[in-house]
Design a protein around this ligand. Structure first.
Ligand code: NI
Length: 135
């Protein structure tokens, strides 16, 4: 079993806010992340697939295929977007790094072909990341 990881970058903005709570409560809960006009991050996504090395190609999964999936499923959907409003999933769910990593897993898992998705790790910045292994 070999694990292959591809990284991709996208920029997006978000806001942490619970509608049912007051401005003051949200500020207490989320700090600066609750400010009304949102803020952005340069996200780095690491996607790891696992499988046997194809003896003919020497690959676990064709990089061209991975890149196309990441472009179509992640970058085109999320890059330069305001996640709270632009992605229906986050209409009523806060786009934290944790929720984003679950969303990205769900978006990718059926698209990976010929091997399986092992891990999705999303770096919000150099000091914070969340990861999901599918369980
Ligand atoms: Ni943030």
């Amino acid at each position: 079993m070999v694990y292959l990881t591809r990284k991709v970058e996208f920029c997006a903005s978000h806001r942490y806010y619970i509608d049912e709570k007051s401005e003051e409560e949200n500020l207490k809960l989320f700090g600066k992340c609750s400010y009304p006009h949102g803020h952005g991050h340069n996200y780095i996504l690491e996607v790891t697939v696992k499988g046997d090395v194809n003896p003919q190609t020497g690959m676990v999964m064709n990089l061209t295929d991975i890149d196309k999936i990441l472009k179509d499923v992640v970058v085109e959907t999320m890059d330069h977007k305001f996640l709270n409003l632009d992605i229906p999933e986050f209409k009523d769910k806060i786009p934290t790094t944790e929720n984003l990593v679950l969303y990205i897993w769900d978006s990718l898992v059926d698209a990976i072909d010929g091997c399986s998705l092992h891990r999705v790790r999303l770096h919000e910045d150099p000091f914070l990341y969340a990861e999901f292994y599918g369980e």
